[in-house]
Design a protein around this ligand. Sequence first.
Ligand SMILES: [Zn+2]
Length: 382
Amino acid sequence: MIKLPNDSATYFPAAGPQFESTYWKTKYKDFGFKWFLKGQSFFHYPYMLTNAFNNISYKNYRDGQEFPRDPNHILIGDSGGFQIVSYAKKGINVNVEPISILRWLENNCDIGMNLDFPLLDNFNHSLSHSVENFGVFESSRNNYDIMLCNVLHGRNKKELETWYKSVCNFDFDGWAIGVKPADNIYLQLYAYLLLHSNGAKGLENYCHFFGVASIRNMVILAILTKKLGYPVGFDASSYNVGSTAREFFMPENIGGHYYLGSKNSERFLTGMLCDCPVCRNININDIYEDSGGSGVLICLHNLYVTIETNRVINCLAKDHKNLLRYTSTMIRKDINIVQNINNILNDYIESGHDMDMLYARYEELFILGGDKIPASNLNGIK
Ligand SMILES: [Zn+2]
C-alpha cells in the first residue's frame, strides 16, 4: 500500500473533465499539460484526484492517461457519490452498480473512496445508503494493494457521532471526511479528532478532506499533521477557473484573483503578472490572443501557485509567528485561526483526548466556523 508524507498536508488537484477529455491531448509550444509526467509539462507534481463515476466507461484510465505506476505518484479515485446523488436530485436516474465503481478504483487508483451518499438533505437516507454500499465494497474487494477509505459525513456533532458509530466497524484502510458546510474548518477539525480519539482503523495511513483548498484549510491541515504526525490531504478543482472564467490566482494571495481578458478585451496588461514556471514561458499576448488555448495556461499557473502556497504553509506550520505573518495578508475574516487551531490541538493532547471538554470549550467555533467570531478570548498559543 502507498505511503503518504506524515509531516505535511498533501494537496491533490482534482482533474477536471476539460483536462481529461481535451487539454491533455493538446500542447503549447513544446509543453504538454500533464503535470504528473516528468519533463513533459511546465512543472512536475506527482499527485492527482479523479472521479470513478465520470470515467466509468474508460476502464484503462490510468495507463490511457499515462499516469505513472510507481510509488512516488499517487492517484486518488473519488467514487462519484456526490455526482450520482446530484443527478438523482434532478430526477435523472443513474444506473451504475457500486461493484463497477469498486472495480474501476481497484484497476486505476492507489487510494479509492468508498461509494458514499453525501448529505444533501435527509441524513438517515444518506447514511443507510452509504452503509449498504460500504458493505458491498468490504465484501467484494479483490485488490488489497489499493488503500480503500471509509467516509465520514456530518453537519454537526450529533450527525458526525451517529455516522461514525454506523461505519466504524467496516474493515477499511483509511478515511475521508466530508463536513458540511465545507468552509467550517473547525468542524472539520472536530470530525478528524472524533476519528483520532476513537482510534479509528486506518487513520494512521491517511485521511482525506473532500473538496477544500482554501488558505484556511491549508493552515488547519498543515498544523494538524505536524501536531499528530498522521498523513492528511485534500483536493480541489478551483484552479479550473482559469479556463471557465479566465481568473488568474494572485501569486502572493491565491484567495484573490485577477481577471485576464481575452480576444475582445482592451489590452492593458504589458506582461505576465507572475514568474512561475508556467508564466515565465508564456507571453501576455498569447493570453489575449487565446493562442494555444490560453485558458489551460491560466489553469496551470493557478495550479502551480496553489501547490506552492500549500508547500510554504507546510514549511511554516510549526513557526506560529511567521505563519501568522504569512497568512495575515490573506486571511482577513478569521485572523485568530493559527491561535485557535493550536489551542484546540494543545487542549486535545494535554487532556488525553477529552472530546467532551473540547466541544464544551470551543463549541462556538465548531458551530459557527470562526468567521463570525471577532476575537479569540481563548488561551494564548502555548
Ligand atoms: Zn504564474
